[in-house]
Design a binder for this molecule. Structure first.
Ligand code: HPA
Length: 279
């Protein structure tokens, strides 16, 4: 029997996706966060595989997550985008939240680009800002690698630089070329689904977090364990709890990502276009 969310399960899911998308090997896996799924529409020669057709993918349950794997070309590069993702707050184990990364790696992707919506903690982070993720705090109190070590994984992956320095530089260069101002900072991942209390945000600030969200970290941990290079961008959608007088509302998260979508999409396209090709 194939155990849940294992490498073998990922190979089986990858086979099912490959039957739909053909033999093209994606270079770059892209995960689209809440409200950022519009990038999938920029993909040329796109083949969309609904999550429901991928073995071991559960149905997504959250507003703003469409739920399909999209294969095609972006800026002349073969990409595989995940429009929608799985979260720990949906009741999924962290290993399932990261399982699509195993599948995209099995299909050939060597680079993972992740995106998310996040609340801004640092005072210069305003709604609509794009923030290159410099490092993260795993505050989910779990880890997607807990359990039997998968073939090809590091048992104890180095996490001293989970977000690849050269990829971060490529993001800066792409943004500069487009005249898009970027922030950089540390992303803290909590399970949610409740947003943070004001006291929790004060705690996160003291712990060194610049932004807070509910995704990304399980996926990046698994990517690193498999030897993929990772990069990520947060779209700051709101002032984190207590950083402004306003309550934190999911409707604001979606409204702000909608406003930032065009800038985000041109950034990702430029980033992908300019990436040096793997030898
Ligand atoms: N907290 C957690 N997750 C989020 C937030 C937030 O303020 N905004 C968008 N995702």
């Amino acid at each position: 029997m194939i155990s849940l969310y294992s490498r073998d399960a990922a190979m089986r899911s990858a086979d099912a996706v490959r039957r739909r998308i053909g033999d093209i090997e994606p270079e770059i896996a892209i995960i689209l966060g809440s409200g950022l799924g519009g990038l999938a529409d920029d993909i040329e020669d796109a083949v969309r595989v609904p999550f429901a057709d991928v073995p071991d993918f559960p149905e997504p349950t959250v507003l703003g997550h469409a739920g399909s794997v999209v294969s095609g070309k972006l800026g002349g590069r073969a990409v595989l985008a995940l429009a929608g993702r799985f979260h720990v707050y949906e009741g999924h184990p962290a290993a399932l939240a990261a399982f699509p990364v195993r599948v995209m790696h099995a299909l050939g992707a060597g680079i993972l680009f992740v995106s998310n919506a996040a609340g801004g903690i640092r005072s210069d982070l305003a709604p609509g800002d794009l923030m290159i993720i410099e490092d993260h705090l795993n505050l989910t109190f779990t880890n997607p690698l807990i359990g039997p070590v998968q073939e090809g994984d590091e048992r104890f992956p180095d996490m001293s630089e989970p977000y690849d320095a050269a990829l971060r530089e490529s993001l800066r260069a792409a943004a500069k070329k487009l005249g898009i101002g970027m922030k950089e900072g540390v992303y803290a991942c909590l399970t949610g689904p409740s947003f943070e209390t004001r006291a929790e945000v004060r705690m996160l600030e003291r712990l060194g977090a610049d932004a807070v969200g509910m995704s990304t970290v399980p996926e990046v941990i698994v990517a690193r364990a498999m030897g993929m290079r990772a990069a990520g961008v947060s779209c700051i959608t709101n002032a984190a709890s207590g950083m402004s007088k306003a309550p934190v509302l999911h409707s604001d998260v979606l409204a702000v990502t909608a406003r930032a979508a065009e800038r985000f999409q041109s950034l990702v396209r430029a980033f992908v276009t300019e990436l040096p090709r793997a030898k």
